[in-house]
Design a protein around this ligand. Structure first.
Ligand SMILES: Cc1cc2nc3c(=O)[nH]c(=O)nc-3n(C[C@H](O)[C@H](O)[C@H](O)COP(=O)(O)O)c2cc1C
Length: 202
């Protein structure tokens, strides 16, 4: 008999990122719920090795500037047009939640575990926002925030920005197609006492 899919799991299976996001952004109450969801992620040692920057309204100018400063540092030959283009990424949604990994250096919980926890927080934000009917998409730039950008955003030197999640009202008519059928078979190896095998009914 087919396994019934409960609504919470259906929400996970059917979540899609939305790129076209309009005002209004999330209400305070929605945002609080979304961030609370992020605080539930698996976290070895309960270190909370992450924090969030909520960027909205005029605050987007500062975030856009941080992106442009970082591009300038990464590629000193970047043109004014390119710098302008990257700074405009901050304006693609009414609200951005930048995800900051804040690792506890030298802790017995390895740094990679802490980064994994921080990344889970990003997923939780994306998923929780979707379940509230908000549009959400995780965005990034392929270079790190430089020291000037970090100072502008109040990041410590050991902190790392893992990108940001755009949040807003889904634009009508831009829903992505349903997710294609998902199969874990090609990505999964089963060790059950015999030769390692692919994922298939027992
Ligand atoms: C850390 C991280 C950074 C990402 N950065 C971008 C990005 O800059 N631009 C983009 O189009 N997608 C980016 N993505 C992918 C999208 O968030 C999204 O997952 C992808 O478009 C697939 O859509 P789906 O979530 O509906 O499967 C990023 C994902 C992660 C986890």
């Amino acid at each position: 008999m087919a396994q019934p899919v409960p609504p919470t799991l259906r929400a996970i299976l059917e979540r899609r990122s939305l790129t076209r996001l309009l005002a209004p952004g999330p209400s305070f109450e929605q945002l609080e719920l979304v961030l609370r969801a992020a605080l539930t992620v698996p976290d070895h040692g309960s270190l909370r090795p992450y924090r969030f920057l909520v960027v909205e309204g005029e605050g987007r100018a500062r975030f856009g500037r941080a992106l442009a400063l970082s591009l300038e540092a990464h590629r000193p030959g970047a043109t004014p047009v390119e710098l302008e283009w990257v700074s405009k990424k901050a304006y693609l949604a009414p609200t951005l939640v930048a995800l900051v990994a804040a690792p506890h250096r030298g802790h017995k919980v390895a740094e990679w575990e802490q980064l994994a926890t921080a990344a889970c927080a990003g997923y939780a934000i994306t998923l929780a926002a979707s379940t509230l009917g908000l549009g959400a998409i995780w965005k990034s730039v392929h270079y790190p925030l430089d020291a000037r950008a970090k100072a502008l955003l109040g990041l410590l030197s050991e902190e790392v920005c893992l990108g940001w999640i755009n949040l807003g009202t889904p634009a009508p008519g831009f829903a992505p197609p349903p997710r294609p059928e998902l199969s874990p078979a090609g990505l999964t190896t089963v060790f059950d006492g015999g030769e390692p095998r692919g994922f298939a009914p027992r």
